[in-house]
Ligand binder design. Structure first.
Ligand code: UDP
Ligand code: MN
Length: 252
C-alpha cells in the first residue's frame, strides 16, 4: 500500500500558535496516510494543543518535552541564536523507535515539519516513496529566494546556499525526508544542542551514514519549490492595554 508519512512537528505556546496549527492541519487533511507527531515545548501538555488535536481530524500522537532554560530562546533573542525544536524532534524520533518495538509500524517516511512553514500538497507526493533520503529546494530561506541541492545527472553534488556551503548537508530541516527503516537501523542517530549553528541537519544525516550519492533528488530534479520557510509575524498587542483604559473592565 501507500507508505505512511510520519510528520514530526515541534510547537510552542505563543499568540500565533493556534493560527499556525490550524493552517498546517488544513494542509495535512488533504494528505492521505499521514501520522502527525506533535511535540509541545512545555513541561505539560497544554489544553490548547490537546483540544485542538482532538478535533483536528488527523491521526496524531501528542507528546511534550520542555527545552531547558539554558538553551531556550528568549523572545528578544535573534532567531538564529539558539537551536529551536531540538529536544522535541528527538522525542518524536524516540517515539517512533519505541513504537516500532511494541507495534508493527507501517513502513514509510519521516519528515520534520515546523508549524509555521508552507507546504505544497505535491511535496508529500514527492517524499512518500523515499528509499533512503529524498531532498528538494526550500523557498524563502537563508537570505535567498531559495536554497537547493545542486543536481548533476541525477546526483546531488553540492549545495546552493550562501551560508556555510561546506556543511555536509547544507539544507534546511524542511528540505529532506528519511525512510523510517533507515532511522530504525541507526537507533542512536538524533539531533543535538551541542553543535554549531546550521549543523543540526548534517548531524542527523551523518549519523545515519548517509552520503551525497545516496540522496534522491525530488521536485523535478530539484527545480521546483514545494515548501517555503515562511515565518509568522509576531503580533504586537499595542492596543490591548489602551482598550482597557478607554472602556474600563468587562471588554474581554
Ligand atoms: N519551537 C519550539 N520551541 C521554541 C521555538 C520554536 O518548539 O522555543 C518550534 C516551532 O514551533 C517550530 C520549530 O520549533 O515548529 C522551529 O522554530 P521556528 O519556526 O521559530 O524557527 P525558524 O522559523 O526561525 O527557523
Ligand atoms: Mn519557522
Amino acid at each position: 500500500g501507500l507508505p505512511m508519512i510520519y510528520l514530526i512537528t515541534p510547537t510552542y505556546a505563543r499568540l500565533e500558535q493556534k493560527a499556525d496549527l490550524v493552517r498546517l492541519s488544513h494542509t495535512l487533511l488533504h494528505v492521505p496516510n499521514i501520522h502527525w507527531i506533535v511535540i509541545e515545548d512545555s513541561s505539560t501538555k497544554t489544553a490548547l494543543v490537546t483540544n485542538f488535536l482532538r478535533t483536528c481530524g488527523l491521526n496524531y500522537t501528542h507528546l511534550n518535552v520542555q527545552t531547558p532554560p539554558e538553551v531556550k530562546m528568549k523572545a528578544t533573542d535573534p532567531n538564529w541564536l539558539k537551536p529551536r525544536g531540538v529536544l522535541q524532534r528527538n522525542l518524536g524520533l524516540s517515539w517512533l523507535r519505541k513504537s516500532s518495538k511494541t507495534t508493527q509500524l507501517e513502513p514509510g517516511v519521516v519528515y520534520f515539519a515546523d508549524d509555521d512553514n508552507t507546504y505544497s500538497l505535491q511535496l508529500f507526493k514527492e517524499m512518500r516513496w523515499t528509499k533512503k533520503v529524498s531532498v528538494w529546494p526550500v523557498g524563502l530561506v537563508g537570505g535567498l529566494r531559495y536554497e537547493s541541492p545542486v543536481v548533476v545527472k541525477g546526483t546531488v553534488t553540492r549545495w546552493l546556499t550562501y551560508w556555510k556551503p561546506q556543511r555536509p548537508f547544507a539544507m534546511d530541516m524542511a528540505g529532506f525526508a528519511i525512510n523510517l527503516r533507515l532511522l530504525l537501523q541507526h537507533p542512536n542517530a538524533q539531533f543535538t544542542n551541542a553543535v554549531q549553528r546550521g549543523y543540526q541537519e548534517s548531524t542527523l544525516l551523518t549519523a545515519l551514514g548517509v552520503m551525497l550519492s545516496d540522496l534522491e533528488p525530488r521536485a523535478d530534479g530539484c527545480t521546483k519549490i514545494l515548501v517555503w520557510h515562511t515565518r509568522t509575524e509576531k503580533t504586537k498587542l499595542k492596543n490591548e492595554e489602551k482598550l482597557r483604559q478607554k472602556y474600563g473592565k468587562g471588554t474581554d
